[in-house]
Design a protein around this ligand. Sequence first.
Ligand code: FNR
Length: 366
Amino acid sequence: EELTIIRKFEHIEHCLKRNVQAHVSNGFEDVHFVHMSLPEIDKEEIDLSVEFLGRKFDYPIFIAGMTGGTKGSQLAGKINKTLAKAAQELNIPMGVGSQRAMIRKPETWESYYVRDVAPDVFLVGNLGAPQFSETIKERYGIDEALKAVGTIQADALAIHMNPLQESVQPEGDTQYRGVLNALAELKAEFPYPIIAKETGAGVSMEVAIRLEGIGIDAIDVGGLGGTSWSGVEYYRAKDEMGRNLALKFWDWGIKTAISVAEVRYATDLPIIATGGMRDGITMAKALAMGATFAGVALPLLKPAVKGDVEGVIKILRRYIEEIRNAMFLVGARNVEELRRVPLVITGFTREWLEQRVDLGLYLRSR
Ligand code: FNR
């Protein structure tokens, strides 16, 4: 019976059963710590806490939004509640998936609601950028944004930017005209923080500068190298033309490591480094490069679908221990000190960044 519910949930099904990851890396293999033989700290004293949007969190890991909504909302509710229990236990933030379904069908609100199991968690709602464009029918504004946050008692709202996914799906919302203006207007009246998030193709410094300019509070770079939404759409495509387009753009985008460097270089916004973060060493590199959190989605889906809270926590604790170990080996007592340890950047990531930023300045000021 559970399988039929899953089947209705096409993207979750594809994410669980097929390889939907990018065929290229997220770039962190080009980022190297310099091992320190005399760390001059005790591993025990390492503090992994971070501050973000006025709140303090025990660990620098963010559970990225995945689901909620209409068909199979029982499953969506189970996934969100399972993730929320883990987030509550560890005192880390989490997002829900797109609330578009909830705006259209308010009766699905419960599949996004986690306050009953996670009273203290920093919870982030989620709406899509195209829904704010000036060309779309039934354009969203402050009412929908307030509904998204208010209904689930969230602390902030994420606006997901996903032109890649929309462009390779037949029914995609490829209206993006006027989104920046709409977000500027929303930001001016909206009483909650707004996080602009990509979904697997990365945020460039040009976009980050514009987002900072309109007062957006944080950026989740959602870079290339993890879950590929073009990959997911490849499996959903109904014909050869659709499959071809999705396949061609499977690995389109800005790698996560590169996007973190660009956004850190060009803005002062807090950064969430999401996209292919699969171990704590990689996460420690992202933090050293200037991110406040490493964000994770896909690896947590499998235990979450089963309602396995301990399974979710186990994966996160593994990451946490790996981050702590990396910090010990570079002598960083806390995340702030981690940002000041030397980094060596090689290969493709270096070549890219040399053309885009003053690499020396970035490395000194991250
Ligand atoms: C997502 N992601 C996502 N993002 C968003 O803003 N709104 C959404 O509704 C969803 N839905 C969703 C479903 C599933 C099953 C997955 C795996 C992911 C994107 C997610 O937040 C994240 O940015 C990317 O998946 C990259 O992280 P990983 O998967 O490489 O760790």
